[in-house]
Design a protein around this ligand. Sequence first.
Ligand code: NAD
Length: 350
Amino acid sequence: MPVFDADYLHRVAYHIYRAKGVSQEEAEIVATHQVKANLVGHDSHGVIHIIDYTGRIDRGHIVPGAPFEVVSETPATAVINGNWGFGFVVTERAMRMAIEKARVNGVAAITVHYQSHIGRLGDYPTMAANEGMIGMITADSGAGPKSVAPFGGRARRLGTNPICMGVPSDLEGTVLLDMASSAVAAGKIGLARNRGEQVPPGWLIDKDGNPTTDPDDYREGGAILPVGADQGHKGYGLSFMVETLSALLTGLGFGIDPQARHNDGVFIAVFNVEHFRPLDVFKQEVKEFAEFIKTSPPAAGFTEVLYPGEPEFRTEQARRRDGIFVEDATWEEITGLMKELGVGEAVGQP
Ligand code: NAD
């Protein structure tokens, strides 16, 4: 399997999007988010999506350069219509807007609708954490295709409905809870299939509701389970609330519309720490809190306790040093597209 450094994969993504008519600014934003997902270890949201996104551009489902439309606004809130722009571009801008509102008002909440996939959520609350604020984001695809069965059911009724919160601290990495409310992000099923691997027990049921580890069963009418295994009612409840914020509060709606184009409805909230406690004291306390938690002796099968976001922080350090591996099936598709678009020379050598 080929291994590449992050700069090379960034050039690959950037030049492919440029060849598809995307502006320099937007191509830069999209490539940066995608490669960052690979860097922190979430390959399911990395360059594997290049083929998918370029296909959506071809079908008019992603509209590069789409206007960022402020539908309504108050000092602490806004409703944004992304007009089917790249989710990365629209949501990054919406998060910047929320940060500026919270800088003045202490809190801010923004909804976003009509945009494409926002990828790995972790990047957006990290923007708030870097500004001394607590950032939160939830996402859902409205009436888009479903992947997750509700607790006690076997048919797909929910998305993987992720939620993410980032917190500023004096730790080296960002304290970041970034999770699907399903047992796993849907992309990881496709990744397992591309890698010819089985998935762990507890991720999937087949079309008849039986537990399975075969990723092909998902394609054939199965469903992903809510997070929590036998306590799946909690993951299901979390998913319900994520969808309430990201699909109902945004006005996207719910249900299943097979014609719906991919649409990440987003709810953003930002809390400016300085409006509650001195930022330097809070950041120090979050660090001490994480260090206290980590003093727990490891349980059987573990070597240490990590804080949320620490696995991604460590993976990024390792991958910046050792490179990012891309599975053969994904790389073949990407190199095929590079050839088709004639961008090999612009991309240069790995
Ligand atoms: P995951 O299960 O790998 O991690 C979830 C969280 O648990 C992370 O915050 C991680 O830091 C933390 N964590 C993991 N191992 C830990 C450990 N040993 N100790 C302490 N904390 C630990 O993530 P996931 O649920 O598979 O989601 C993967 C990615 O998929 C996320 O980045 C998410 O944003 C993305 N996603 C996006 C969409 C979308 O529509 N845009 C949908 C679903 C998921």
